[in-house]
Ligand binder design. Sequence first.
Ligand SMILES: [Zn+2]
Length: 210
Amino acid sequence: MSDLLRAELENAQLCLLETYELAASYGDNEDKDMDKFLNLMERLCQIRDDGLRNENALAVAMEERSVADFVAMFQRELAKGNSKKCQPKKTREYKAFHDRLNEIANSGETSTSGGGGNGGRTSTDGIEMEIHVNLDDPLTKRRMVDPVKNTLCGHVYEKSSIRDAIQINPRLRCPVAGCGNNQYISEAHLKPDNALKLHLQRIADAQENE
Ligand SMILES: [Zn+2]
């Protein structure tokens, strides 16, 4: 698959996760409807599958010498692929996405990992709602100011502390307990988490005014 398409798909998937994270934290029940996100992810998997299939058919057809043969071969290969029905829900990507949504949805009840996982209260229509987002850097256990997200697993760290940690140990894996991401963290995996940064700023401002 072309790097561009792959990157676009990964990006779309990441956006879905981020949106769900925000919905789970601040949204109402309709926003939190996981099925909506799963349906979108299913479509992303479908696009990925179509992309791969086209690419494979193209690679085979390229072997042909004439345009007519090329077209015939390309169509034959595509048809071959189409008979093999794509099952997005069985892909590794879909399963990982599903797990991650559940993790986000349940993080409210299960965030017992010490160090103040809850981000304070907000009130909507007089109903107190507890927001559970990890606000503390998993490395220093201090409140984050400039959070970056690991794009491979969605966990968030303070930018400076994760950078320092990678410098000291280039073979550092995600330090969050129970994280299934086994890849060494690299700068390329880290992306600023602007939504959380804004949230942290609001909390800091609110505390200053207390
Ligand atoms: Zn992680």
